[in-house]
Every structure is written in C-alpha cells, then in structure tokens.
Design a protein around this ligand. Sequence first.
Ligand SMILES: Cc1ncc(C[n+]2csc(CCOP(=O)(O)OP(=O)(O)O)c2C)c(N)n1
Length: 454
Amino acid sequence: MMADRHPVAVVTTSGTAAAELLPAVIEAHYQSLPLFLLTADRPKSYRGSGAPQAIEQNRLFGVYAQPLGDWDATDDPIEMYETRDDRPRHLNVCLDEPLETNVIGVDFHGVGLPQPDPTMGDKAPLSLVCDLVLASGMHPTDAKEVAPLLAKLGAPIVAEATSNLHGFRDLQPLLIPGGERALQSARPAHVLRLGAVPSWRWWRDLEEQTKIRVTNLTRSKFSGLARTENVETLPWEATQGLQLSAAGNACGILRFEPELEKFAPSEPGWMRQLTKVIPAGSRVFLGNSLPIREMNLALQTTKPGVEFFANRGANGIDGLVSTFLGASAAHRGECWLIVGDLSALYDLAAPWIIAQMDHPKLRIVIINNGGGKIFSRVNNLRTLSEKALGVIENRHSLSFEPWAQMWGLEYVQTDDVHDLEDLLQVPIVIEIKPDALQTETFWRDWQKPVIRPR
Ligand SMILES: Cc1ncc(C[n+]2csc(CCOP(=O)(O)OP(=O)(O)O)c2C)c(N)n1
C-alpha cells in the first residue's frame, strides 16, 4: 500500500485484534493512504454482554477511518465502489453461526486505485513564483513527475531522503546539503513545500514567520502549519500544468557540506557509508528516530533506482519492522531497513512473516546506540541527572543476535562497511554500534553558529 498506493485490506478477528490496528490506521490517515480495514465481529446481540472477544467495534477508529458499515447477514450485500479517497476505511462484519461461506456479503471487485480529482482538470494552470523548495515524503513516481519542473525552476531545494529527489542528476546543483544548518541562513519570500510535512525544526519555526508565504503541494490534506495566514494547501493534482518561476536569487541559502568522511564511525557517518553500499534498485525504509534525521544530512546522491520510504505521518516508533516488511513484499531488488534499536525493540514479533515472504534480499540494519538517543539531543533535557536521562532514553546493553537467531535469520555485527558489500542472498540482521564519542563530536562541530550571509 505504501509502496504503490494501491488499496490494501487488512482482515482481523474480533476484539482487541481489531483494536491492534489503531496505530497503523492513524499512520495511514496522516499519510493519506487507502488502507481498508475489514474487522470480523461477533453477532450484534452479544454487544455489551461481556461475551468473549465482543467489544464495541463499530466506528472503533473514530476520526481516523471512514466507517463503511456495521454489516450482518440481515443487511443487503455491499458493493464497493471506485473511490478517489486516499484514506483508511473501515467495514465491520458481524458473523453468526452457522457460518455460510458461499453467501455474498461484500463485493470488493470495484475497489480500485484512488482516482485523481476530476474537477482539477477544469482549473486554470497554476503559476507560482517561489524562491525555496522544501521536499519530503514523496512517492518515487511523484518525485519523477515533479523533478523536471524543479530543474526548470532553478530554485534551491532542501530535500529529505524520502523526497526521492536525490537520484536526479539535473537536480544535483540545486539540492542544498546541510539540511537544518543550511536552512538557518535561508531568507525566502515564498516557500514551495512538496510532499509530506518536513521534519526540519526550521519548518516548525515558520509558524512564527508569517511574512513568509508557504504553498503546500501534497497528497495529504495537511498544511503542516497551524497558521493560516499566507499559507495555501493544494492537492497534488495541481502539479498538472503547474508553472513555476524562481524569485530573485537563491534566498541567501548557504551550502554546508558535512565532512562525514572524517567522522565515518559516527551515526551520520554510518548513514553516508550505508548510502555507498546500498545497491542500485534498492528500496530503503528509514526507521525512527535519528536514522531519518541523520540520513537527511548524509545523503548526497543515490544510485539509480534507490527509493526511500518512512513512516512520518504520526512519527510512531511502533510497527516499523512490520511496515518495512510490508513495503518490501513486492519489491524484487534489495530491501534495506535502517532503524534505531528502541524502535526495533518495539516490534520484536515482526519477523514472523519473513518465512512466508520468500524474499532473499531483506537487510535489517539496527543502529544500536543503546537506547533512544534522540533524547540526548533535546536541549531542555540536558540539565537532568544522568540517572533521569538514562530512564528517559531507556538505556540498555542488549544485543540483537539472539533475536536474529530466534527467527532463523543471518546476523552480522560490524564496524566495517565493506562487510556489507555483496551480502548473501538471504534475509540478514546487521547490527551497527556507532562510535558515541565521534557522534558527539560531529554534532558539536556541526551545530556551531551559522555565519549569516550579508
Ligand atoms: C509508539 C511511540 N512511543 C514512543 C514514542 C516517543 N519516541 C520518539 S523517538 C523515541 C526513541 C527512539 O529510539 P531509537 O529507535 O533507539 O532511535 P534513536 O533515537 O536512538 O535514533 C521514542 C521513545 C514514539 N514516537 N512512538
């Protein structure tokens, strides 16, 4: 579903099995993905009686899924219709004994791809004058569609890895490295944001910068900003016929090339090293939390056909290994997950499906820094005692080797990226323990104050 934007049904038994879907539904809601939830339920007459596995399932997902019905055999058959809704939908089906398997209750044949908004074609082509492009969370096909427009525009682009723009040669001179640091010096008048809501702090601070005009072109309906003044949000279809022109020069943005070769064993250094060994045609799923930020910093260019995905709808650290496996299922090239240790620990049961997947090229890379190290970067927490910080980070010294063994997966722990070239054609868990001191030093140097352009 995430990989091709086709509707996908997830089918559950009743009770808390249905409730388990909530985090995934929330994520799909914020990513505007057509997840179809089909929950089996006990007979309606059991409700409120305390019968096993009988909970209040109708409209269980609240605002996060469009309710399609609370169906039972006394209702008319339901016919699914083509839809252009990019959102989760929920159908609850109550079943009673005797179970008749030949009764037609729901016909799913009509469920197709979300259709573009037909009214968009009637709209006049949109012209925008902007001087900075921010891009994140774009499906590779969307990135391909918009890349020629951006090349023609010639405005600087600050792009997260999931923008999938780094593989386009024409865009190389426009892609500004340095992420947050480069953005600190930017003085744009009009920002064009493409795709998902960016994770940069600079974006959050735009909230106060009401003079800076923001145009969002996104498949989700979220503007990503609470302010409404000087902010417009347009559907992705508006890219059809879009005419872009650049305003003035490069809005004062500076290029900051992180010297990651000097800091190869640090966390961002490892991201740079990984981009060099991940082969062409790979699908990469970035897991929370620092791997996403650090890859955004480290990525310069990708080999042909490398695609990036991430769960940045609600930023949950749960279900990431499962999401990666789902996104990998239909991809025949190599599939790489790069995920934090705590995030991996939140989804330890995920590999059960690997045995059913028949996918020899799964690479699960765990960046094991001994806990949720994102919290050691939060300024407000720096004054806490080591003990309190240890609790917040959930510090640990666990190894993922027994986990790999439990699921019958190959395992390697390495501090040499060359070990990751030409990996065996079997699913493998790769544990990397970045150098903590080098990581600290890199961030200290990197965060030195920016010299503003005159
Ligand atoms: C389900 C859920 N619980 C808690 C959080 C809060 N949270 C955000 S990042 C993080 C730590 C992640 O640690 P890890 O995966 O090891 O990544 P690192 O910060 O070390 O890169 C936590 C607990 C969340 N986002 N989602």
